[in-house]
Structure formats: C-alpha cells, structure tokens
Design a protein around this ligand. Structure first.
Ligand SMILES: [Fe+2]
Length: 313
C-alpha cells in the first residue's frame, strides 16, 4: 500500500438530519446556541462565526441521521474516490436528495451517506477567560467575577459525534482504511473513539458505538469553559428542555460534559477541556465508567438512558 498517497480526513465538518417538523429542530438548536439559516428546503445550523454548515436539517417522515460530513484536504478528492471505489462503492460529485453540501459523496457499506468536503477547517476561536482562584492561587483579586461572566456565549464549533452502528469493529476498520481516521481508545465490546488530523488534535472527532442499526447517538459542541457549560444548561432549562445528563467529567478524553435530550431521542452535548493528543498517543481498551465524576451511575446508561437507538432500522 502506498502510505504517502493514503488520503486522510482532516476532521468532522458536520452531519445531516431528517426530522418530521423542521420548526421543532429550529427551536431546539437555536435554544442550544446555534444560528439558523433557511436555504431552499433545508435548515442550516452552525455555531455563530463558523462558515461551515454544522447541521443540515431536512424534512423526512421520521427522525433519521441523513449523512456525515468530514473535511478533506483540497485537491484530495480523486485520491479519496479511488480508495472508495477500491471497495466496490460508487462515488458522486452531486449531493443526494437533502444532502445540500458540495464535495464528494458515497454510501458506506452500511448505507450511510458520507460527504467529503474539500476545505480546511477554521481554527477554533481563542476565548479570553477570567482568572480563577484555584487551589492556593489568588489570580483574581478585587474583581466581581459573577458580574463579568458571559452568560450567553454560544458554542464555539462542532467537536465530535457518536453514531450507532452494527459491526462496529468492521466499521472501525473501514473508517480507518478509507478515511484515515485512527482509533485512539476503545470501550471493550462496545465501541471505538477515533481521531483525525496531524500534530496536536482533539482526542476524538468521531465515535462508533455498537447497536443493532445505524443512528445518531449524540452530537457535541465545544464551549469555552465550565461556566459556559453551566450557562448553556441553565439557558436550555429556561427554554423548556429539561431532560439532561450531567454535568460531569468523562473518563475517555477527560472532557467536561452536559447533555440534553433532543426532541427525537438522541442527545446534544456541551463539552469543554478535552484531552489533546499527538501521534504518540497509544490506543488502549477500557472498561471503566463512561465518566469519572457525574450523575448517579445506572446500568441503563448502556441501553435506554444514554444509548437507546430510537432511529428507524
Ligand atoms: Fe461527546
């Protein structure tokens, strides 16, 4: 195999959703902090300041994950097309119905549409945070912190998504070989966390979780601080979205988290302070709790509570 020419995605661009009522999606995701734009039949959602469509929502009979989109290096489309076609899969230069996005399209062996967008990701915005008086430090003196905190700062960007999949080990091998995603940690018997890009990158941008069929488990958006998770949770509760999970700190990737159930049974997450990794990171198998502190543990976490796959098979 020619390692030099093996194409690799640069990161997660976004995803697509079919939902029965687009107005419900608009209300939920704008309460979460995303900006909405109508384009033809689609609702486009993005963290304020981002130029990419992080979520594309189109109308469908039932809620269903429509597609997944990754960034690829500009000029790498032919290399990806060749790789995909070597699996006997067709590639397309035009989006399937409801896909909206430009770039290369194909359906993976499980039937999920994948979009490869030839574009470099925008850098994550730098955010000036206040000083904290942690431990014995006195970095903030004679300052009324609570008056200065930004209570409405929206998410910075989409960071990762978890999808349900059958054959998660085969799916891991496919996404590794065809897209250049690399496994960085696994949950024994349950799933694989995968990273993209070179140098210092997020611990993961994409996760495969064992299930009977494909579906969206959650999409996760980075916020600037623990306070931003708290304010986000407060704002969602005030907007009437009360089914949450968190706050806590994950085990794998160590990120702080707060989830909210979306109107169709999946979740959306605010996260902050995720582990960053390089090529030196060693992939390991884990079987500990999904979080190192957080809500009371329930065995239901692995079934209905967090990991119920409510999408049509
Ligand atoms: Fe997450």
């Amino acid at each position: 195999m020619d390692i030099v020419n093996t194409p690799k995605v640069l990161g997660l661009n976004g995803f697509g959703l079919e939902v029965p009522d687009i107005a419900v999606a608009r209300k939920f995701y704008t309460a979460f902090g995303l900006q909405a734009e109508d384009r033809a039949e689609a609702l486009l959602l993005r963290s304020p300041g981002r130029t990419n469509d992080e979520i594309v929502v189109v109308k469908g009979a039932k809620k269903r994950m429509h597609h997944i989109s990754f960034y690829i290096p500009p000029g790498s489309q032919d290399a990806f097309a060749e790789k995909i076609q070597s699996y006997g899969l067709k590639t397309y230069d035009a989006a399937p119905p409801g896909g909206v996005r430009n770039g290369l399209w194909f359906q993976d062996p499980w039937g999920t549409w994948i979009n490869l967008n030839p574009c470099l990701p925008q850098p994550t915005p730098q955010v000036l945070l206040p000083a904290f008086n942690l431990g014995g430090r006195a970095d903030r003196v004679d300052v009324n912190l609570w008056q200065e905190l930004n209570k409405k700062r929206p998410p910075l960007r989409i960071g990762h998504m978890l999808i349900f999949t059958p054959d998660w080990e085969a799916a891991e091998a496919f996404f590794s070989d065809v897209l250049g995603l690399r496994p960085v940690d696994r949950v024994v018997g349950k799933g694989s966390f995968m990273a993209a890009g070179e140098g210092v990158v997020d611990h993961h941008c994409f996760v495969l979780m064992k299930s009977s069929h494909r579906g969206l488990q959650h999409a996760s958006f980075q916020v600037a601080s623990f306070d931003d998770i708290g304010f986000g949770a407060w704002n969602m509760r005030e907007a009437g979205y009360k089914e949450g999970f968190g706050p806590g700190r994950h085990a794998i990737a160590s990120n702080l988290f707060q989830y909210f159930r979306d109107p169709w049974g999946s979740w959306v997450e605010y996260y902050a302070d995720m582990d960053k990794i390089t090529e030196k990171w060693k992939c390991r198998d884990w079987s500990a709790l999904p979080y190192t502190w957080g809500p009371e543990w329930s065995p239901e976490f692995w079934s209905q509570q967090m990991n119920g796959n409510f999408e049509p098979a």
